[in-house]
Design a protein. Structure first.
Length: 285
């Protein structure tokens, strides 16, 4: 029988150290004494270590006993501290933080929900959606302002008036686009996704969650920098009114909300119920 395997040496940062006892354990064969028993066939060498007789499968060297001693700095980490470390490190075990939403739909959206439908949130498109009208308004202001001043110095009253009216027309178009952006909403419930837009002519498009066969979102480099993206929804390979929804904010958060509503509706209900209970307890306190 050979030497018993020794455990691997621990590194210093593990907070452990190994010590060898000065008094080893004597190995005894079944039915025979050991240690300090004078009748034992095992003696001690000059250093005081017990030795086993040779020729019977036992080693002729002292037998050492190894113990592992933990230093004081290896105190246990609480579960709260461990959860904080996981969240900071961004590990998969970290809890996903859900952005807060309004408890009730706006008056613009409430009219399109039926009584048994549970509201999950509504989103306006990202402000990047207004880039084109805002740029047009700024450029028109500088160009027509310069043109009006130039024509006024040449006593061209009619052309100056036309330039001013053109500027007002462009500014009206910009204001219309901003109002249309304000009333344009993407809506999520426990039954469907919807898009409502239009000021004078209202358009309401919807798709049941049970009909969604594929969903993805796309982000350009600018979209990743400014946190917006385009959603693509497919239903049984057919073209739908909601197939492509551009410039939605927080696409990753929105994607997770829709997928969770599709595959884990019970988890959504449990989380929202817990948040409601905590809000009531806070109000009571």
């Amino acid at each position: 029988m050979g030497y018993p395997p020794e455990p691997p040496e621990p590194s210093d940062d593990e907070g452990r150290r190994r010590e060898r006892d000065t008094e080893p354990i004597a190995r005894d064969r079944p039915g025979q004494g050991g240690g300090d028993d004078p009748s034992s066939p095992y003696g001690r060498d000059s250093s005081g270590y017990p030795t086993a007789g040779g020729g019977d499968g036992y080693p002729d060297e002292p037998v050492e006993r190894t113990t592992w001693v933990y230093d004081q700095q290896t105190d246990f980490i609480s579960e709260e501290e461990l959860a904080g470390l996981r969240a900071e490190a961004g590990t998969p075990l970290a809890t996903r933080r859900v952005l807060p939403l309004e408890d009730e739909p706006s008056t613009l959206v409430a009219r399109y929900l039926f009584p048994t439908e549970r509201y999950r949130g509504e989103w306006k498109r990202h402000w990047i959606h207004l880039t084109t009208p805002i740029l047009v308004g700024v450029i028109a202001t500088f160009v027509l302002g310069y043109l009006s001043g130039f024509l006024a110095g040449r006593d061209s009253g009619a052309l100056t008036t036309a330039a001013v009216l053109l500027w007002f027309g462009i500014m009206g178009w910009v204001a219309w686009k901003i109002a249309d952006w304000w009333y344009d909403r993407f809506i999520l419930t426990n039954k469907r996704v919807m898009v409502v837009n239009g000021i004078i002519t209202r358009k309401v498009a919807m798709m049941p969650l049970t009909r969604v066969t594929d969903m993805k979102y796309e982000q350009s480099p600018t979209g990743r920098a400014l946190n917006y993206g385009t959603f693509v929804l497919e239903s049984a390979g057919q073209e739908q009114a909601l197939r492509e929804i551009k410039n939605l904010p927080n696409p990753n958060e929105l994607y997770l909300r829709v997928v969770e509503e599709m595959y884990e509706p019970q988890a959504v209900e449990a989380r929202l119920g817990k948040e409601a209970d905590e809000a009531k307890s806070d109000d009571g306190a």
